[in-house]
Design a protein around this ligand. Sequence first.
Ligand code: KG4
Ligand code: ZN
Length: 331
Amino acid sequence: MTWFESPILAIETSCDETSAAVVVGRSSLSNVVASQVEMHRKWGGIVPEAAARAHVESILPTVKEALEVAKISKNELGGIAVTNRPGLVGALSVGVTFAKGMAYALQIPFIGVHHLEGHLLSVFANNEITIEEHVALIVSGGHTELVHVRGLGEYEILGQTIDDAAGEAFDKSARLLGLGYPGGLALQQLAETGTPRHPLPKGLSGPTLDFSFSGFKTAVARLVASDSSLSRPDIAASIQETITSVLTDRALRAVDSLNAKTLSLVGGVAANKMLRQKLSAECARSGITFLTPPLNLCTDNAVMIGIAGSWRLAIEERSGSDLDCFSMADL
Ligand code: KG4
Ligand code: ZN
């Protein structure tokens, strides 16, 4: 494992957070996240055009703050890392255009980073972990993937969702319960006061490593509509119990199938307390090392992009002025 030695400015604008961070090696000196959640909440979801415009407004103050907090002048930067795929193209292009301009002005290298590689490498932030090969469960608003990380940069998808992502299952269920957007955390909080008494479908059966949450979503809609006197905390607890047990089962199945020694849990849904507890307990029981980042590095942030960029720049990778943005991209 090798990391870039000079300070790197990292920028993340793939969705609804404008984030900038300064990273040296794998240590974060700052992590500024300007969330657009309040704006999108009005519409009950992300409006891509509005997201892109909001990034334009917040990118400069966010970058300035990241440099100030890190007490680093722009002239001390040795490189820039920026998310260029996958994500909302209008939103991504704000970060990418900014990074290109700044790298050109400062005459320093820059690197386009895959958002999911950022999530994968978030477990290496601010620590000394050297484990490379492991199984990773990436669970976010847009992705649910089980990945065999053979080593940094060598990723094999073991399983993925065939319809909705786990975060979407949380968000859509939360909306049905009137909890607003994004609903993962609000649903977790409501679930803490309830009991999981309603059985809900767990999606695909059999030995698969794929996921399906569309039948689950329909069942939640039916359950909510069936009887307005049902306890909302109980419904929330049932939702959380079902989603977390499906994710836990599949992740452990993947670990078993490869006889892996380490499991990581990353992405926004990795902030879910019950999921963290279940996976950590199961791993402890089976003697498997469990890695997961602190809560603020689960949801979208620029530190994870900086860590991935720090590694890619250290192995001499560089992007050029023709770096493009992509709504979809293989890991
Ligand atoms: O990684 P992320 O910030 O953005 C994407 O790359 O999509 O993930 C956001 C997702 C949302 O669906 C949000 O509801 C979910 O993470 N989330 C949670 C929790 N905190 C965030 N889901 C369940 N429990 C939480 N505590
Ligand atoms: Zn993400």
